[in-house]
Design a protein around this ligand. Structure first.
Ligand SMILES: [Zn+2]
Length: 482
């Protein structure tokens, strides 16, 4: 019993001592806890700051202008803005805008695929609504008649009319076969208003293995909304020849800062400016503003001769003594690749701008081989040839295999052949080739329409635009062909 009491007393005394000791140390314990909390909050913020910026901490103060330390921005502000950019709502907005842009170019399947493979598919009703909308539009699309696709072409566009039409010896040629920047823009507007949609030659038909295994040119299906009309565009002689210097044209094509092809032009003050100084960058800008003018990202066909070089670079063999020869070839090849990457199709226009139907067989072969060596070596393989002067290697009958010029061109890989024809459309899909007539939308053709007046049978451009509304008042008239 005594033992029990003593033990109990001892326990009470010990417990009291422990309580007193604890109360005595409480302020110190609280201080340590507070410090631990502060330290963990600091570590958490530091970690969030660096991880949130997705970059390692700065190694040197002087080499890290992008860190918050150097910009003076508090890290919390960066955290908030980063989080705002990646909220699901904002991401869905971006996704829907991307899909709408693809659908504007009539690629509804790709727009639907983009939405259905998104991580937000199924969690946001707006995505399903967009898919339903595209599916509905798809049921209303109509296939284009490939035989009724028109093809229009241009040469280098006149940027400065006062220099091109200045009375010098080249004026007459420019007035006949060239189109000015303002005329081109008016033509684009008119064709856009009338529902024209740019397609590629390769959208019309392509070589595909037939049942017997041989390659056959096979018509493809182009689906467009009611009222839209497919057309092909091309530009010849995109070489910026020496004779054009000082006459108001671009000087070369370059890769722009945005990765898209653009042009350079020598200005009056001796400076070189970069900008929309020819068809390629002008059309790029136009399609940027009117995405429904281009079918699935289609651009025009760009054709090159080789006797001086391509795209404003003197890449012909005759310039091999130039100190910048290699550099020029590399630059031209880079621009050609940039054109391809942006949807442009590249083509041969012969090496020496020759009438390939009339020159001698030896001359014909030599010209083809020079083009292979000096141009194809830069731009890569192409299957399109746009005949100079529109001069074909046969009459309007389908190519036959006993036509040795056709056979030779075919052996070099060409399957798309374009002549010049002022009818609204001329398309011939043969067993292993596609032929198409092209319409010149230049000073001469426009003047012919203007001369025809109300005689509609002689007017050839009314389905595209009214020549009177487009023809520049700065052109010398009449525009004669002699
Ligand atoms: Zn030409």
């Amino acid at each position: 019993m005594n033992q029990t009491i003593r033990r109990s007393n001892y326990r009470k005394r010990a417990s009291k001592r422990r309580r007193q000791r604890f109360l005595h140390r409480l302020p110190l314990i609280l201080m340590i806890l507070l410090l631990l909390v502060l330290l963990s909050v600091f570590c958490w913020m530091l970690g969030r700051h660096f991880l949130g910026k997705d970059s390692p901490p700065p190694l040197h103060h002087d080499s890290s202008p992008a860190t918050s330390v150097d910009t003076g921005e508090p890290p919390t502000e960066i955290l908030i803005s980063t989080e705002e950019e990646t909220t699901p709502d904002a991401s869905v907005d971006v996704l829907l805008a991307d899909a709408d842009l693809i659908a504007a170019g009539y690629d509804y399947d790709r727009a639907i695929e983009l939405l259905q493979t998104s991580e937000y598919y199924g969690s946001d009703q707006r995505i399903q609504d967009a898919v339903d909308r595209y599916e509905q539009i798809k049921t209303t699309l109509k296939p284009c008649d490939i035989s009724q696709i028109t093809h229009v072409f241009f040469h280098t566009l006149v940027m400065d009319e006062s220099k091109a039409f200045d009375g010098d010896e080249d004026e007459k040629g420019y007035n006949q076969v060239m189109t000015t920047k303002d005329e081109f823009l008016k033509i684009l507007d008119s064709m856009y208003q009338r529902g024209y949609v740019l397609v590629r030659l390769h959208d019309m038909a392509e070589l595909a293995a037939g049942e017997d295994g041989t390659m056959k040119m096979t018509r493809k299906t182009i689906l467009l909304p009611e009222g839209k009309k497919a057309f092909v565009m091309s530009q010849d002689d995109v070489c910026y020849y020496d004779y054009m210097t000082g006459d108001g044209f671009a000087t070369r094509m370059v890769v722009g800062e945005d990765g898209k092809p653009t042009c350079q032009m020598l200005m009056d003050d001796g400076s070189t400016q970069t900008g929309a100084f020819d068809l390629v960058p002008i059309l790029e800008e136009y399609i940027q503003e009117h995405p429904d003018f281009s079918y699935k990202g289609a651009r025009a066909v760009i054709a090159f001769t080789g006797y001086q070089g391509i795209l404003g670079y003197r890449t012909a063999l005759s310039y091999s003594d130039s100190p910048t020869y290699q550099q020029d070839r590399e630059a031209a090849a880079a621009v050609a690749q940039c054109l391809r990457d942006n949807g442009w199709e590249l083509a041969s226009h012969s090496w020496g701008h020759r009438d390939l139907g009339k020159i001698s067989w030896d001359h014909f072969k030599a010209d083809c081989d020079k083009w292979e060596n000096e141009v194809k070596s830069l731009i890569g393989p192409t299957d399109i040839i746009l005949f100079p002067f529109g001069a074909d290697v046969a009459d309007w009958h389908p190519y036959q295999n006993d036509n040795e010029r056709y056979r030779y061109l075919k052996s070099l890989g060409f399957s798309y052949f374009c002549n010049v024809d002022s009818s609204q459309y001329w398309v011939q899909v043969g067993s292993d080739f596609l032929r198409q007539g092209r319409r010149n939308l230049d000073g001469f053709r426009m003047w012919k329409d203007i001369e025809a007046g109300s005689d509609t049978s002689s007017r050839k451009l009314d389905d595209l635009f009214r020549a009177e509304d487009v023809f520049s008042s700065n052109r010398p008239t009449p525009v004669l062909w002699e």
